[in-house]
Design a protein around this ligand. Structure first.
Ligand SMILES: Nc1ncnc2c1ncn2[C@@H]1O[C@H](COP(=O)(O)OP(=O)(O)OP(=O)(O)O)[C@@H](O)[C@H]1O
Ligand SMILES: [Mg+2]
Length: 240
């Protein structure tokens, strides 16, 4: 089982949007996914609560209980635990980073978010776990050219010495529409550009922490076939 902590020290950067988009896309791809909502505002739960699978997929909890939640997930054959964190306090964000196999630091391409992401990077370093910066709410490209705000943010982020996801999530109304219908963009409109970028991000995350179904080991003679990561990639392609 792998644990992904989604964090940003800046409110509204897109932690909940990224957490749920990735978690629900991974579920569609066939992984057993649990979302731990440790934000006292419980925005992730607000989106998920009315879904039929919420009782098995959603933990509204606190950061101090993450070890227990993680253990329960492991015992129950979960493949991926996604933690949606609050912007503060530091101690809670650090608790999430401490149990994560990978931390996603979400930032909008603004100078204030980029400044805040440096704090997230410091925190991820303290936890000693790998991290990946994801730019969210980016303006659309024009004629294939990135907007200057994205170019500038990328330049400033390079000094953080944390890998930056090549997939950028654009500012799209589809994210808000999907949540209003208690689903992710990959469910709401699988053919949309929003769904495609979420699937690309999920593939990058999978590359970083080798996401795969935790099912029983295949029999020896089956091992020469495609591995679980390839199977997951094939599932992602089918959804794209
Ligand atoms: N890529 C996007 N395109 C359009 N709207 C977005 C996008 N990402 C986030 N939003 C919107 O921005 C707002 C804040 O996003 P979200 O709740 O995911 O941020 P957050 O970091 O979890 O906030 P908080 O710090 O309050 O937990 C929401 O209304 C959400 O729908
Ligand atoms: Mg949130």
């Amino acid at each position: 089982m792998k644990t992904l902590a989604v964090l940003s020290r800046k409110g509204g950067a897109g932690k909940t949007t990224v957490s749920l988009s990735v978690a629900l896309a991974a579920r569609q791809a066939g992984l057993r996914v649990v979302v731990a909502d440790v934000d006292p505002l419980h925005s992730a739960a607000e989106v998920m609560r009315t879904r039929p699978e919420a009782s098995s997929m959603l933990f509204e909890t606190t950061a101090s209980k993450l070890f227990i939640v993680q253990d329960a997930c492991r015992q129950n054959g979960c493949d991926l635990l996604v933690i949606d964190t609050p912007a503060a306090p530091d101690a809670d964000v650090l608790r999430a980073a401490n149990v994560a196999d990978l931390c996603l630091a979400v930032a909008r391409p603004t100078s204030l978010d980029v400044a805040a992401v440096r704090e997230s990077i410091t925190l991820i370093r303290r936890a000693g776990h790998p991290g990946l910066v994801v730019l969210n709410q980016c303006p659309p490209t024009r004629g294939g050219e990135e907007s200057d705000v994205v170019v500038q943010a990328l330049e400033r982020l390079r000094f953080g010495h944390l890998p930056i996801a090549s997939t950028k999530l654009r500012s799209r109304i589809a994210y808000q529409r999907a949540f209003a219908h208690n689903c992710a963009v990959t469910e709401w409109d699988p053919a949309s550009e929003a769904a495609a970028e979420v699937l690309r991000l999920l593939a990058e995350i999978s590359d970083q922490m080798t996401l795969a179904p935790a099912g029983p080991a295949p029999p020896r003679e089956a091992r020469s076939g495609p591995g679980p990561v390839h199977l997951m990639r094939a599932a992602l392609k089918r959804l794209a």
